[in-house]
Design a protein around this ligand. Structure first.
Ligand code: SAM
Ligand code: SF4
Length: 358
C-alpha cells in the first residue's frame, strides 16, 4: 500500500518555513501532521557494528557529559507529555542497554501523568539479566533486532559473535511478560536475503511478532544501494512461497508496519502476525507521528533531517519549560514533508542510524 500526500516529496529544511501559528500546543507541522510518538536516543554507543548502521571501527562517540542525563531526560519527557501531547515514548540508541541508569529513566517516565506508553528498541545484549527489572520499572513493550538465527550470518552482519546472548535476552523478555516480543529484521542482499521465511517460522513458533524493515541509507559506510536493496514486495513474495498472508484490517493508526495475518499454506491454521515496514518503497511519511531527541538532546523532526534544534544547551543554561516547549514546537513546525529518497538530489544525512536513534 502506498500513501501519498499529494505534495512533492521534498527532504530538508525549506528556505522559508514561515511562522508557526500561535496557540496550538501540539507538535503540529506545516503539513498538518501532529507528532505524539517520541523516540529518545540514550546513547550513540553500541556493542555491535551492524554493517547497515555502524562502521567496523566504530564512530567518534560523544563524551558522557554531553549526553542527556537521567534527570534531563525526565524533564524533557515531562514537557513532551504534559505540554506537547506526546503519548508514546520509545527509548533507543545506539544501544540503550548500555545505559546503567536505564531502569531509573524508565521509572521516571512511567511516573508521569498522563502516563505514556513506554517501549524499548534494543539488540538485547545484556537483556537476560535486566528484563524483569525493566518490566517492573514500567516498560510496556520491547523490540529486539535480530536479522538471522544463524551464528555465522549474525557474525557477518553485526561483526560480533553474540547471537546466543541476543537469543537469551529475547527469552528473558518473554519470560518477564514483555509480550508479544517484537523482532526487527533487516534483509541484506547476498547475506540473509533468503532467510525471511526461516526467521518468520522461528518467530511464530515462539509467539514473537516479526517485522521486516527495508534498509535505509543511514549507514556510515554509505553502502546502501536502491537498486539492490531487498524490497517489501520481495519479502511478501518470499513469505508467500511458504505461508498464506492476509492483510490485517485493523487500522494502522500511524504505525509504520503493514501487518499481515499469517496462515499455513493451505489456509487452515492461523499462525500469528508479521509486519513489513516499507520505509523506502512505500513511504509512510504522510502519516508520520514521530519526533526524536538525539542522545545529545537535539530535536530531529525526521530521520532524514539535515537540521537539528538543540534543547540540552538551553536546558543547561536555565531555560524554562515553556521556552523549551516553544523551541520543540518550532523544530517540528519545520519538519520536511517526506524523506525524498526518490526525489532527485537526495542527500544522506551525516548522522548514522546509531547516532540519530532508530
Ligand atoms: N541498537 C538497538 C537495536 O539495534 O535495536 C537500537 C538502535 S537501532 C539504530 C534501531 C533499529 O534501527 C534496529 O531495529 C535496526 O535494525 C534499525 N536500523 C539500523 N540501521 C538501519 C538502516 N540503515 N535501515 C533500516 N533499519 C536500520
Ligand atoms: Fe548497534 Fe543497533 Fe546499529 Fe546494530 S542497528 S550497530 S545494534 S545501534
Amino acid at each position: 500500500m502506498s500513501i501519498s500526500l499529494g505534495m512533492p516529496a521534498l527532504a530538508g529544511r525549506p528556505a522559508d518555513v514561515g511562522p508557526r501559528p500561535n496557540g496550538d500546543p501540539s507538535l503540529v507541522d506545516r503539513w498538518g501532521r501532529i507528532a505524539t510518538d517520541l523516540r529518545i536516543s540514550l546513547t550513540d554507543r553500541c556493542n555491535l557494528r551492524c554493517t547497515y548502521c555502524m562502521p567496523a571501527a566504530g564512530l567518534p562517540f560523544q563524551p558522557p557529559s554531553q549526553l542527556l542525563q537521567a534527570d534531563e531526560i525526565a524533564r524533557l519527557a515531562t514537557i513532551a507529555v504534559r505540554q506537547l501531547g506526546v503519548r508514546q515514548v520509545r527509548f533507543t540508541g545506539g544501544e540503550p542497554l548500555l545505559r546503567k541508569d536505564l531502569v531509573e529513566i524508565i521509572a521516571a517516565v512511567s511516573a508521569l501523568e498522563p502516563r505514556p506508553e513506554i517501549s524499548l528498541t534494543t539488540n538485547a545484549i545484556g537483556l537476560a539479566s535486566r528484563a524483569s527489572a525493566l518490566r517492573a520499572a514500567g516498560l510496556d513493550r520491547i523490540n529486539v533486532s535480530l536479522d538471522t538465527v544463524h551464528a555465522a550470518t549474525f557474525l557477518e552482519i553485526s561483526r560480533r559473535p553474540f547471537l546466543e546472548r541476543v537469543l537469551a535476552g529475547i527469552d528473558a523478555a518473554a519470560d518477564a511478560g514483555l509480550t508479544p516480543v517484537k523482532i526487527n529484521a533487516v534483509l541484506l542482499r547476498g547475506v540473509n536475503d533468503r532467510q525471511a521465511a526461516e526467521l518468520l517460522d522461528w518467530s511464530l513458533t515462539r509467539g514473537h511478532q516479526l517485522r521486516f524493515i527495508e534498509q535505509m541509507p543511514l549507514d556510515a559506510d554509505h553502502s546502501w544501494d536502491r537498486a539492490t536493496m531487498v524490497t517489501a514486495a520481495e519479502v511478501r513474495e518470499q513469505l508467500q512461497e511458504h505461508y498464506e498472508l492476509v492483510p490485517d484490517d485493523e487500522p494502522r493508526d500511524g504505525a509504520p508496519a503493514e501487518l499481515f495475518r499469517v496462515f499455513s499454506r493451505d489456509g487452515s491454521e492461523f499462525l500469528g502476525l508479521v509486519g513489513i515496514i516499507a520505509s523506502v518503497t512505500e513511504s509512510f511519511c504522510a502519516d508520520c507521528r514521530r519526533t526524536r531527541l538525539t542522545s545529545e538532546g537535539a530535536v530531529r523532526s525526521c530521520l532524514f533531517s539535515h537540521a537539528e534544534v538543540d534543547l540540552l544547551g538551553p536546558l543547561r543554561a536555565g531555560a524554562s519549560d515553556d521556552e523549551l516547549a516553544a523551541l520543540w514546537r518550532d523544530a517540528m513546525w519545520a519538519k520536511p514533508v517526506g524523506h525524498g529518497l526518490d526525489a532527485g538530489g537526495f542527500v544522506q544525512p551525516e548522522r548514522t542510524m546509531s547516532a540519530i536513534g532508530g
